[in-house]
Design a protein around this ligand. Structure first.
Ligand SMILES: [Zn+2]
Ligand SMILES: [Zn+2]
Length: 204
């Protein structure tokens, strides 16, 4: 069985009014198709016997239980974009160790409850460091979808990963440090051209 790549990004635990505490987390991503297939399978398994259960006496409880159980279990296998392999972190307020059991499926940011002070710090993960390490050696220039495009580049996040996107043509690149510099240089050039064009207009 092919496993999705493990991700060991920079993580920290935040609680407002306290300095963030660093954390170590090892995550395995749970791709959408797999989660969807599993959720449908669970729904199918729980709902398939409903016609037969509905014919039993007393009639309704069994069918209703199967219906609710299906929804409950499908929702459980569906939620959580990441599976935690290991986690090490402390509460920013009281310094007590926080727990996330290995195998737990979570979304990010993930809210934890401290067993010591009962505050609820948030686990935040920065995938940029991991992304920079694992990103394929892409080109060092940013390219537009249309050759003549003069749109400027903006950085934004998509599925927890940074991208550079052109506001005009929608071209998108994975934001590596090199491409960030290339995009900034191109934006600066674009500004300069626009300024020169403006000045030209004044001269006419
Ligand atoms: Zn605490
Ligand atoms: Zn463009």
């Amino acid at each position: 069985m092919k496993k999705s790549p493990a991700q060991a990004p920079a993580a920290q635990i935040r609680l407002s009014a306290y300095p963030p505490a660093p954390a170590r987390i090892d995550l395995q991503s749970r791709p959408l198709p797999g989660r969807l297939a599993l959720a449908l399978l669970v729904l199918g398994a729980c709902w398939a016997p409903i016609p037969w259960l509905a014919a039993l006496r007393p009639r309704y409880p069994w069918a209703a239980i199967a219906l609710c159980l299906g929804v409950y279990l499908a929702q459980r296998v569906w939620t959580g974009r990441y599976r935690v392999r290991s986690f090490l972190g402390v509460c920013p307020r009281c310094g007590r160790h926080l727990r996330i059991d290995a195998g737990t499926a979570i979304d990010l940011p993930h809210t934890l409850t401290c067993a010591g002070c009962h505050f609820e710090p948030r686990l935040e993960v920065d995938f940029r460091l991991a992304a920079a390490r694992t990103a394929p050696a892409a080109g060092t220039t940013v390219r537009h979808l249309e050759g003549e495009c003069a749109g400027s580049w903006h950085e934004h996040w998509h599925q927890d990963e940074p991208y550079l996107e052109c506001a005009a043509c929608g071209a998108r690149h994975f934001a590596t440090p090199q491409l960030r510099r290339a995009a900034a240089a191109e934006n600066a050039r674009g500004d300069l051209l626009a300024r020169l064009a403006d000045e030209g207009r004044f001269l006419e």
